[in-house]
Design a protein around this ligand. Sequence first.
Ligand SMILES: O=C(O)COP(=O)(O)O
Length: 224
Amino acid sequence: MPPRAALFDLDGTLLDSLHDIGAAMNHALTTQGLPVHPLSDYRHFVGEGVQVLVSRAVAPEHAHLREPVLATYRAFYAEHMMDHTRPFPGVREVLDRLVGEGVKLAVLSNKPDASTRRLVEALLPDVPFGAIYGERAGVPRKPDPTSALGIAAELGVEPGDCAFVGDTAVDMDTARAAGMYGVGVTWGFRDVEELQSHGARVLARTADELLQALLGAHRAATRP
Ligand SMILES: O=C(O)COP(=O)(O)O
């Protein structure tokens, strides 16, 4: 049986956004005379919200520059978030197929709420997401399950009937904390070991495998 709802992480799961995030942060670092990072380092910096991103990109000895770096990052990213960012191959087709199967869809990101909405609406237009949330003031971010549980309630689906699809430990921890079925995708920012050790119930290496995992084949096979 497919889940009645599928909640998706954004960065590294639906969208290949690493380049624009890294380029914006490197721009912000440069304006403060700080060293930049190779884009691949951002795989480990992204995932726990923009404050954590800045604290990882700016070394402790330069902590006093974190505020101006954050301000410059926000302004630059707002203008450049879609320069290179695109859905991963096959993602749109997976979403369309799930809709056809009657699965309700939602997005839950630790990215700021406004950027999350803008990106989803521009790059995955007309997908009938029942909820799209990023990090919001006063709401604990993933892996706290509050937002995921709130989305399930909003969609009118029990948490146990939801899949949570993501590419990081934070996403798999969120799935477990919310009592949802964690599906790890391996095309994102982290490796298979991280997803497995944080409780991924099934892994998807391709969009096709994700569809299979969600529509039941892998689910039946991997249920303990
Ligand atoms: O931008 C972030 O920190 C994380 O975003 P994600 O939750 O969509 O991976």
